[in-house]
Every structure is written in C-alpha cells, then in structure tokens.
Write a protein that binds this ligand. Structure first.
Ligand SMILES: Cc1ncc(COP(=O)(O)O)c(C=O)c1O
Length: 437
C-alpha cells in the first residue's frame, strides 16, 4: 500500500481540515464511474466528482487532447494576444447554446470567476446602453454563486458571508423550497410558480430603473438540490423582460447534460440573457469557466474607439490552451457518445429508484430532476448537519461510495455515463446506511 503524503501543509477548501487529516479520504486514480483509493479499492462516483466529471473519469479522448495540446502549445498570453484553439473553443461552445442570439463567450477559470464576470458585464451593459441608474443586482436566498465577492454577495448562504465585506447595491428574493407543499415531488413541484412574484416586490422597493440584473441557478445545486416549481422560471423571465432587467442563469451545475439537455435553459425552455458555466465544460479535467452572452450585450461594449480595450476585465488563463483543448474534446465526447440523450433516457429510472427510498428511516424529502437528486434527512436534535456528515463518511470509508452532502441533504449527481447497475448500487447502499445513523 502506498504511504500517506504529509497532509499538514495543504489548507483544504470548504473542509474541516483537522477532522479530514485525522481520517483522510484520498482518491488516487479514476476511470469511468470509479475512483480508486490509495490501496486500489474502487469507489463508485455518485457525484461526478464535484458535479463536474460528466463524461466519466479519464475519458481517453479528453486525456489525449490535453496531452497533445500540452506538447504543442503550453500557454499563450491572453491579453491583446490569442491562439487558434481559444477561438475554436468559443465557437464550439456556442454550437450548443440555447439560441443563435448567443454569439459571444468570455472564458474564465471557474464558476466563481464566471459569476463575477457576468455581474460585471451586466453592470457595464446597463451603463453602455444608457441606463446609468441600473446598478442594483438581485439574487435569491439559498443560492450558491461561488466565492468571489460578487458571488457571495448575490448568494444566499450566511456562513459564506461571515467575516467578509459584501457588495453594495444587492438584494435578494425568496427561494422556492417549501417542504410542506412539495415534499417528495417527482420532478418539478406543482406548487410555487407564484414565488417568482417576490421579484416584483424587490422591483417595487428599489424601482425597475435601478435594477441591472437578476441572477439565479435554474436548479439550486449546492444548497441542497432545489427544483424550480412548474412555471416559476417562465414567470421570472416574463418579469425581467417587462422591467428591462437582465436575466443571468448560473448554469455551473446544470450545464452540460445534468438535466438531459446542453443547458437548463433548453430543458425549461426559458432563455436568459447571460449564462455562466464551468465544471462540465471540460468534464472537470482542466479548470475552465465561461460566460455566454447575447450579441446585443457584446455589441454594447463595442461602441468606442476600436483601439481601446472594450472590457477592463480578464484572467491570465482565460481560454488557456489546455483548457480549450479539454473543452473541445469534452463537447465532442458528449455529442459522439450521446451522453445528454443517455442522461435523458436514464432519468425516469433514476427518479423511480431515488423515490424508492421514501419510507426509509430519517428521510423527510426526496427531490429529483434529470440526473440529479436531493435526499433530505431529518436533522438530529440540536446537531444539524451531523447525520449528513456521518452518512457521507460512512459511505466513503465503509461502503466505497462517494456522495455529497449539504447539511443533512445528500446530493447525488452521477457522471452521465452511469448505467442502471450503478444507480442500483448508489440507492441500495444508501438504503442500508441511512437508517443506522
Ligand atoms: C451554481 C454555481 N455557481 C458557481 C459555483 C462556483 O464554482 P467554482 O467552485 O468553480 O468557483 C458553483 C460551484 O459549485 C455553483 O454550483
């Protein structure tokens, strides 16, 4: 067995560092649906890594694309310079965009950077088109938009804001989670469309002429898989259009087949003005994010002297050659292997199996859509989150299954290459573990 590295010096993100280091969970290799622990024990991936390895692990076409690119062109400066693959990657990404109105892509390195970039673009756009008062950004409670200052300000997670200064000119509307009305809904809940009208209250409070944009995850993932009620997103779109507010869909989780379509925008047939994405963009292989915008938004930035920089924003690694190669290969794999269609075909079975856990001790709600599910357990008295954490560690250490938890909610999002037999293992393992906690 390979010995453990010195674990001390890595300050791990969003982790209980001391507890992890006392009983580490290390992945050493991965292929297809499985990770391998250091001793070679396979671990079934119930979460596509961290919602990102949609093509499964170490897909040979993506691996080769990255290897070949590393040997050909390691890096090219991104400001006032470029390399062919970056442009090809932008065009490729637009080929799966919700409509031809989306014509431009700004590359970043993560979901957080995509969100903060999108917020800046939205503010800049309103200035450029002659709405100088439109400076307020609206988000939702229980939203996760990454960890940049924009993302935490627009997000709805109190712990993520503690200790940090936030953006001014931000407000929030209510989230859509309502277990009394919607517990154990299969797919989109019937009740809750009218919650979209909370946006009207914020508009009334500030005035539409003050509001630049509204950002939302079509399905909130990281805060426990919150599925939008039927008609909710359509109503949000209507309101944004009526009051001239840009609608940003944060598709960092929902992009690239999670709901069986390229984006949630296609799944719900609701078109935003800006899409943020990352994760599945490269199937998690090389860090990359993107902001996809409609032509009119890009055009608004192109009115001044062509020799002057049109957007004072960018990253050293925007459209990095390795990420661009990985992205193009990942999108080819999704298409050639029919993975979005496969996710779609598998989703009724997924729904049936997930909901078969209803009645299991401690489970108080099950929510699902596409190949994603949230299984909520009752919190222990005075110790919320401990049941979830115990189930998570038990699943990994004793049952070789990777799941994800948010508080006491298990979030499942297997790679899109999953087959029924993998779903069976995930669900039957949970059926065994959960009651014992
Ligand atoms: C909806 C959403 N936005 C933004 C992010 C942040 O992405 P990253 O961790 O790549 O910065 C995430 C991460 O889970 C997310 O789910």
């Amino acid at each position: 067995m390979t010995s453990l590295p010195n674990l001390e010096h890595l300050w791990m993100p969003f982790s209980a560092n001391r507890d992890f280091k006392s009983a580490p969970r290390l992945m050493n290799e991965a292929e297809g649906m499985y990770y391998k622990k250091q001793d070679g024990t396979p671990v079934l991936d119930g979460t596509a890594g961290l919602w990102c390895c949609n093509a499964g692990h170490s897909h040979e076409k993506i691996v080769h694309a990255i290897q070949d690119q590393a040997a050909k062109l390691d890096f090219a400066p991104s400001f006032q310079m470029g390399h062919p693959l970056g442009f090809e990657a932008a065009e490729k990404l637009l080929s799966i965009a919700p409509s031809n109105d989306f014509q431009y892509v700004f590359f970043t390195n993560s979901g957080s950077e995509s969100v903060d970039t999108a917020l800046k673009i939205a503010l800049g756009y309103q200035q450029h088109v002659g709405n100088p008062e439109k400076k307020i950004l609206i988000g939702r409670n229980r939203a996760y938009h990454g960890v940049g200052f924009g993302g935490i300000s627009l997000g709805g997670l109190p712990y993520n804001k503690t200790h940090f200064s936030l953006l001014n000119n931000v407000d929030h509307i209510c989230d859509t989670h309502n277990p009394e009305k919607n517990a154990f809904s299969k797919g989109q809940p019937d009740w809750g469309k009218e919650l979209a009208d909370d946006l009207l209250k914020v508009i009334e409070k500030h005035g539409a002429d003050q509001i630049a944009a509204f950002i939302t995850e079509p399905v909130a993932g990281s805060t426990g898989v919150l599925i939008p009620p039927k008609g909710y997103l359509d109503r949000i779109r209507q309101i944004c259009t009526e009051y001239n507010i840009l609608l940003i869909f944060d598709e960092v989780i929902t992009g690239f087949g999670r709901l069986g379509d390229p984006f949630a925008a296609q799944h719900f047939n609701v078109e935003p003005d800006i899409i943020t994405c990352a994760k599945g963009l490269t199937s998690g292989t090389v860090p990359m994010g993107a902001v996809i915008v409609k032509k009119e938004i890009y055009d608004a930035f192109q009115q001044r002297d062509p020799k002057v920089i049109d957007l004072f924003h960018g990253y050293t690694y925007s459209a990095h050659p390795l990420a661009s190669a990985a992205m193009i290969a990942a999108l080819d794999v999704y298409s050639n292997d029919g993975l979005f269609k496969h996710a779609n075909t598998l989703s009724p079975y997924w729904e049936e199996k997930c909901h078969s856990l209803k009645g299991t001790d401690h489970i108080i709600d099950i929510r699902n859509l596409g190949l994603v599910a949230g299984i909520e357990m009752a919190p222990r008295d005075e110790k919320p989150g401990t049941r979830g954490y115990n189930v998570f560690t038990d699943a990994f250490h004793n049952h070789n299954l990777l799941i994800r938890i948010t508080g006491d909610t298990i979030a499942l999002s297997p790679p899109l290459i999953a087959e029924k037999e993998h779903i069976d293992i995930i669900i039957e393992t949970l059926r065994t573990i959960i009651p014992s906690h």
